[in-house]
Design a protein around this ligand. Structure first.
Ligand code: SF4
Ligand code: SF4
Length: 459
């Protein structure tokens, strides 16, 4: 895959719902959001699809695209791939069998957990650590938001990222091979992945280190959970064999924090939360942390249990999964009983092409010009107030200065500079107000008693 590949993005902003409050602008860890002509604009080259903006939007103006469920009808075999955190949403009183049967009732013909072939990943992690002694730590590729973050902000670490397919890809390849052995045409098989977050959607739509994904559609976890809950009490009417337990203790907990590390003997570190991951990578870049073999970095707090598309509280999901994990065998026990054979052919399929850095050139690729722009941005910063109020539509004064030297903003975008210029008679109050309306939208500053804090919400 080339380093010029186009990143797919799954987030959509509804301008009608957005009240231009700047919560998203201020929270974005990569400073990817700006207010432009009264609308929130996400800069694609900076966005890593971490979903933080969606999480903090108080007006639900940011959503995540998903494929239409009706498209499962295009396939004879409708295979649903669920991550174990999907199971963790259900109250413990529902058995896995009930959950899977409710999904069949929705029209799917097969249900598989994506963490079934986790033994393959465990083997590959151990091998990667062994073979990369000179370039440790090996960095997990499990979280697509973190992989994108490293590629754009910490490109020097890109070659330490494990070149291994995501579990959903791996299990889909395994299932497809089995279908082929039974004489089924691949065209008759549709794979649908249930995603807990935006980043996993983008990983399906533009997989890292691969040209095309084997997955045909993506379904948002909260959408499917609600549908499954609406039929779960009626599942007994289904005449199907009970499901065989294919997960292991490691598999069911893989997507939780420490999922890739608790079973390892190597020196490992697990970090969750995108802002923590950024701080950790910065420390690593500065040589302040070292001496470990494997690094698990996850963008969401509590890893996939904190995915923005899960309906349940992340702490609850962790506890429910840990409770369920008690009933599953350790993978070593399962292997002893059944052998490794089932997934042994998957190892060559599991490795992806090279993952290339895609550094964010804040000031362009011409080094001489970039240095010049950097110097100009520093000079501009001397004049900006340094309050980082975001009233200019950029998250910080420094981001505004960067935009200015790149021709994307003007000094007059800063409301404090505007005020000074008015005092000095350099700009009329009317012109200043027009400028503000252009940035924030017409009527944005009209009184509105329906907004939070203004309306009577009683107690
Ligand atoms: S998904 Fe994350 S990186 Fe992208 S705009 Fe939202 S907060 Fe920023
Ligand atoms: S957080 Fe505020 S500015 Fe951002 S999309 Fe939501 S309503 Fe709009």
């Amino acid at each position: 895959m080339s380093s010029n590949e186009k990143f797919h993005h799954a987030l959509v902003v509804d301008d009608n719902k957005c009240i231009r409050c700047t919560h998203c602008i201020k929270t974005c860890p990569t400073e990817a959001i700006r207010m432009v002509n009264g609308k929130v604009e996400i800069r694609e080259e900076r966005c890593v699809d971490c979903g933080q903006c969606m999480r903090v939007c108080p007006h639900k103006a940011i959503s995540i695209e998903q494929d239409d469920l009706v498209q499962i009808e295009n396939y004879r075999f409708k295979v649903l791939l669920i991550p174990s955190v999907f199971i963790g949403q259900f109250p413990y009183a529902y058995t896995e069998d009930q959950i899977y049967r409710s999904l069949l009732k929705l029209g799917f013909t097969h249900v598989y957990e994506v963490e079934q072939p986790i033994e393959v990943l465990k083997t590959l992690i151990r091998r990667e650590i062994r073979e990369n002694k000179s370039n440790l730590p090996v960095i997990s590729s499990f979280c697509p938001a973190v992989v994108r973050l490293i590629r754009i902000k910490y490109p020097a670490f890109t070659e330490q990222i494990m070149r291994v397919k995501a579990p959903h890809d791996l299990v889909a390849h395994y299932i497809l091979e089995n279908f082929k052995k039974q004489g089924v045409s691949p065209d008759d098989v549709g794979f649908f992945y249930v995603t807990p977050c935006a980043a996993k959607i983008t990983a399906v739509k533009s997989p890292i280190g691969e040209e095309v994904s084997i997955i045909n559609g993506v379904i948002n976890s909260n959408h499917l959970y609600n549908k499954a809950m609406s039929v779960i009490e009626k599942v007994d009417e289904l005449d199907v064999e009970p499901f065989k337990k294919e997960l292991t203790k490691e598999g069911i907990q893989w997507s939780l924090t420490h999922g890739e590390t608790w079973w390892q003997r190597a020196k490992t570190i697990s970090v969750d939360g995108i802002h923590n991951a950024i701080r950790f990578l910065e420390r690593m870049e500065n040589g302040q942390v070292s001496g470990f073999d494997f690094l698990e970095l996850r963008a969401c707090d509590r890893s996939c249990a904190g995915g923005v598309l899960l309906s349940q509280n992340r702490f609850l999901v962790v506890e429910r999964l840990k409770m369920r994990a008690r009933l599953y065998p350790a993978s070593s026990v399962k292997m002893e009983a059944e052998g490794y054979g089932r997934f042994s052919g998957l190892e060559p399929l599991a490795v992806t092409d090279e993952i290339k850095p895609r550094p964010l050139m804040l000031y362009g690729s011409d080094t001489f010009k970039a240095l010049e722009k950097m110097e100009r941005a520093r000079n501009i910063m001397c004049h900006l107030p340094g309050i980082d109020c975001a009233a200019c539509g950029a998250p910080t004064c420094r981001a505004l200065a960067e935009d200015m030297v790149n021709g994307l903003a003007k000094m007059s975008d800063c409301i404090f500079i505007q005020q000074q210029w008015q005092n000095q008679g350099k700009v009329s109050p009317q012109k200043a107000f027009q400028k503000m309306e252009k940035k924030w939208g017409e009527n944005r500053f009209d009184p509105d008693c329906t907004k939070k804090g203004a309306k009577d919400e009683s107690f």
